[in-house]
Design a protein. Structure first.
Length: 252
């Protein structure tokens, strides 16, 4: 594994200021997680608290910009990891207090190296409809012209083994080490150029029942495919429900 290889990954749901309260309320409801007390200079941060395991989802109110996702990669020495990532083509954006370093991937996806530890992956949630589900995958969405470069970057950054997709040649994944809360999937977009971004994927045992549950809480269906359904939250943030096993992350 590389010296940058994260011991844990946290995903931040970053919200534009005017949609923060509604957005956090939806994601708390749809995950069934409690929301921690606010923190930060302007109460801009909070954590979604799973019923079991360590926290792996956090929220942030942005001062400017639109809704996005960024990743926190947990490592004992963020500064050394940032230096190594810069050697792979990342750009260092800022070095925050408490040892955090903010960077961008070659394609422009924001991520941070952070020092705090976590170790216990939360389990799926069982719902009254009989299905279970779990947010367990970050899909990095990459314009076609920079896809190969971005795949190489995330492979080398994490030290995780690449794996071809059985679904489409436009997908590739990185083999998740045991105990990690998130898989990483990379998707080649139809567009030629533009910034790299990301969305979240859920694994569920019953996609139809899970779709109904999300829609009842305020989501809307954008597209339905053979293996996944694209939804948007009340603020328009896209995410997917997939036919993967919530325990293993693999297609049944």
């Amino acid at each position: 594994m590389s010296q940058m290889s994260p011991s844990w990954i946290t995903v931040f749901l970053d919200f534009a200021s005017d949609g923060f309260e509604e957005g956090v309320g939806f994601w708390a409801a749809v995950t069934g997680y409690d929301v921690s007390a606010s923190r930060g200079d302007t109460d801009q941060f909070a954590t979604l608290l799973p019923a079991n395991g360590d926290a792996f989802l956090r929220v942030q109110r942005l001062d400017e910009g639109t809704d996005r996702i960024h990743l926190d990669l947990h490592t004992p020495d963020p500064r050394a990891a940032a230096d190594a990532a810069a050697g792979l083509g990342a750009s260092v954006v800022a070095e925050e207090g408490l040892g955090y370093v903010v960077l961008r991937s070659p394609g422009g996806l924001t991520f941070c190296f952070v020092p705090h530890a976590a170790a216990t992956r939360p389990g799926p949630t069982a719902w009254p409809g009989g299905q279970s589900s779990l947010i367990d995958q970050v899909c990095i969405d990459v314009p076609s012209s920079s896809y190969e470069r971005e795949c190489e970057f995330w492979r080398d950054l994490t030290g995780w083994e690449p794996r071809a997709s059985a679904v489409s040649t436009d997908f590739s994944s990185l083999l998740r080490p045991d105990g990690q809360p998130f898989r990483i999937l990379l998707q080649r977009l139809g567009e030629e150029a533009g910034p790299t971004r990301a969305h979240l994927d859920w694994a569920t045992t019953d996609r139809a029942a899970e779709t109904e549950r999300h829609v009842a809480l305020g989501a809307r269906v954008v597209d339905t495919r053979p293996v996944w359904t694209v939804l948007a939250d009340p603020n328009g943030r896209a995410y997917c429900l997939t036919d993967r096993d919530p325990e293993t992350g693999m297609l049944g």
